[in-house]
Design a protein around this ligand. Structure first.
Ligand SMILES: [Cu+2]
Length: 199
């Protein structure tokens, strides 16, 4: 009888040991640090505020005097886009970020509008639009245009909404913010690749 008790004791202790070992494994898994946060269009990390990218426009027609510089600065609510252009026909000119960072082949190589979520074309502040929809640059009789808007949904740091490495394009005509897929804004007259600015 004593022998059976001893055997029972042994079996029970082994079961207890197995349970304890399992618990320890679970506890160590729970102690592991959580995965790093993913910024899926959420607010940018504080360290990213002020990060700046730049695009210098080149004209489709090499004889044209068209020129322009566009800066993209990360703010908490999106990207502040400031564009100064000159040498354009007066009136509104469609203004977009296109999906490829290439300005060759009459700027066809820039591809379509940056449209990660496959939405219809519109203009900010409409919420359902292409990520690359920026509206229009308005050019005065002197051929100069200035654009200064805080555009949400895009980022110079968040890989999911990134505009760095894409092309910004100015069109010959106005973007009506309605016609698909690009607002009927006509030819691509200026293009520049968006690149991080180095301080
Ligand atoms: Cu465009």
């Amino acid at each position: 009888m004593k022998r059976y008790r001893f055997a029972l004791f042994l079996v029970l202790s082994m079961v207890a040991l197995i349970i304890l070992a399992d618990r320890a494994k679970l506890a160590s898994a729970a102690d592991q640090p959580p995965p790093p946060p993913q910024h899926h269009g959420g607010p940018p990390p504080a360290s990213a505020i002020g990060t700046t990218a730049v695009a210098n426009l080149k004209p489709a027609n090499p004889k044209s005097k068209l020129a322009g510089t566009i800066t993209f600065t990360q703010e908490m609510g999106g990207v502040r886009i400031v564009a100064d252009v000159s040498g354009l026909k007066s009136g509104k000119h469609g203004f977009h970020i296109h999906e490829n960072g290439e300005c060759t082949d009459s700027f066809k190589s820039a591809g379509d509008h940056l449209n990660t979520y496959k939405l219809d074309h519109s203009c900010p502040p409409e919420q359902l639009r292409h990520l690359g929809d920026l509206g229009n640059i308005e050019v005065g009789p002197d051929g100069k245009g200035h654009y200064d808007q805080l555009v949400d949904k895009i980022s110079v740091v968040d890989p999911h909404h990134l505009i760095v490495g894409k092309a910004v394009i100015v069109h010959a005509g106005p973007d009506d913010c309605k016609a698909q897929p690009a607002g009927g804004s006509g030819d691509r007259i200026a293009c520049g690749v968006i690149q991080l600015a180095h301080h």
